[in-house]
Design a protein around this ligand. Structure first.
Ligand code: HEC
Length: 203
């Protein structure tokens, strides 16, 4: 009996070590990924963003930051707005109107939201990536991740209402934000923005 116990000791030790290693590794894996969990706006099911997003436009600094923090770094980056506008005109304005004023889809340029989570970058991303109800289809398979961030920046820029309670702007951004005006955009803001880069803002 004693002999048996002694024989089993190294075995138990090995088991203990492997259990500890496993725990340590899983903790490490969690911290390394530290990723946001994205959920469908319509069903609340988990969206497999990594697994289903398009291959291109995944490795930009803005996408990596967004995956970790859920914050869209392109919001109010002037150089990204004309690019976001082009995607909006191609894929969204048919239903949401040329400047997001609403058509067969709801307005996106006012402070009224069907889903209050759309006030956050993460929430609106979930709606666009995974779709919502009825005609609001998922766009995660036809628009690259980096382009989705530019598109969200443009939707935010279209805002015409008071932005005091806008969850997508920082306190700093609220100070300089002007309600969208299509004439001002076309005549002065867009020509200036087109000369700038769409890049991750330096802090
Ligand atoms: C075929 C029409 C159609 C197209 C194209 C479309 N949408 Fe929608 N969208 C809708 C409808 C309808 C709803 C309302 C869905 C619901 O109530 O669940 C909606 C809802 C939304 C919402 C939620 C609004 C809220 O008040 O919470 C957002 C954000 C949105 N769409 C963004 C976009 C963007 C960005 C695009 C372009 C990639 C786009 N949509 C393309 C029809 C469309």
């Amino acid at each position: 009996m004693r002999a048996l116990q002694r024989e089993n000791l190294p075995m138990k030790f090995a088991l203990l070590i492997s259990a500890l290693t496993f725990t340590a590794l899983s903790v490490l894996a969690q911290t390394a990924a530290a990723e946001q969990v994205f959920r469908s706006t319509a069903t609340n099911e988990i969206l497999d963003v990594e697994g289903t997003a398009r291959r291109g436009g995944r490795n930009t600094v803005a996408v990596k930051e967004f995956m970790e923090t859920g914050v869209d770094a392109y919001v109010e980056v002037a150089g990204c707005l004309p690019l976001g506008e082009a995607i909006f005109v191609e894929s969204c304005s048919g239903c949401h109107g040329a400047v997001g004023e609403g058509k067969i889809g709801p307005a996106l340029n006012d402070s009224v939201w069907i889903y209050s989570k759309n006030k956050t970058d993460k929430g609106i991303f979930e709606t666009i990536f995974g779709g919502a109800k009825g005609l609001m289809a998922a766009h995660g398979q036809d628009i690259e991740l980096d382009d989705l961030l530019k598109l969200i920046a443009w939707v935010r820029h279209l805002q015409k209402d008071d932005v005091t309670n806008a969850e997508w702007l920082t306190a700093e951004q609220k100070k300089t934000f002007k309600s969208f005006d299509v004439q001002r955009w076309k005549e002065t803001e867009r020509p200036a923005a087109e000369k700038q880069q769409c890049a991750f803002p330096s802090k």
